[in-house]
Design a protein around this ligand. Structure first.
Ligand code: AP5
Length: 215
């Protein structure tokens, strides 16, 4: 099963991808998480990527495509994977097509998630993440048991640099300009499914699993 989750920042792609990982036992491939790991480990890639990420801009396509090529060639991807946050430009979608052809693979479903901008700002400004285990919480909708502390690691949670309202607005503009055309691209292949992403985390999870199980 090869799935792709696409949608604006904060719509819930990462949250839902984690449920799919547990349900279908395939890895989540999040370019955002991979880039943040590089930033945290001070790699050359992380240093370059952070210049763009802090500003809410997209990291250059060539950097992303090289990273994805390496990742999809790993053994744990042989039974499938969930792409989260990639591709988000047309050149990335074309690059993925070429890569999939070379691997003799194809995508089974592109899940398109969407909500209003006001909900996005609300979800993102209340998001808190754990640096240690990457668990994501929401102070309003999915809070940790103790304020600002990760349930599993007992460390202080943090607000991402790009989750401040002015940067969220920039990310939304870039999403509309560069990532929405990618949805049209996949619509032509007839593999898109629209996921109403306004409801509770649990309802959306059940809906996605129902849809994917029917593919
Ligand atoms: P990335 O990490 O991919 O960020 P994003 O796409 O902007 O998405 P987010 O992680 O912000 O949101 P999400 O949809 O996963 O929401 P989540 O589940 O956390 O990218 C970051 C940066 O890296 C980019 O800006 C760019 O610079 C760079 N980058 C990454 N990939 C790239 C690429 N391919 N090309 C170029 N550059 C790239 O949920 C958000 C919050 O809402 C959480 O608190 C969660 O608990 C809560 N929540 C989730 N669902 C619900 C619900 N149903 N109800 C209430 N709350 C909910």
């Amino acid at each position: 099963m090869r799935l792709l989750l696409i949608g604006p920042p904060g719509v819930g792609k990462g949250t839902q991808a984690k449920f799919l990982v547990n349900h279908f036992k395939i890895p989540q491939i999040s370019t955002g998480d991979m880039l943040r790991e590089n930033v945290q480990n001070n790699t050359a890639l992380g240093t370059e990527a952070n210049i763009y990420m802090k500003e809410g801009k997209l990291v250059p396509d060539t950097v992303i495509l090289q990273m994805i090529k390496k990742r999809l060639n790993k053994n744990d991807c042989s039974n499938g994977y969930i792409l989260d946050g990639f591709p988000r430009t047309e050149p990335q979608a074309n690059g993925l097509d070429k890569l999939l052809k070379s691997l003799n693979q194809r995508l089974d479903c592109v899940m398109v998630m969407n909500i209003d901008d006001s909900m996005i700002i609300n979800r993102l400004s209340n998001r808190r993440s754990c640096k240690n285990c990457n668990q994501v919480y929401n102070l309003l909708y999915d809070p940790p048991k103790t304020d600002d502390i990760c349930d599993s690691c007992n460390v202080k949670l943090f607000l991402r640099d790009d989750d401040i309202p002015s940067t969220i607005k920039k990310r939304l503009i870039i999403y509309r300009e560069q990532t929405e055309p990618v949805i049209e691209y996949y619509t032509k292949f007839g593999i898109t499914k629209i996921i109403d992403s306004k409801g509770s985390i649990k309802d959306i999870k059940n809906n996605i699993i129902k849809i994917v199980t029917r593919i």
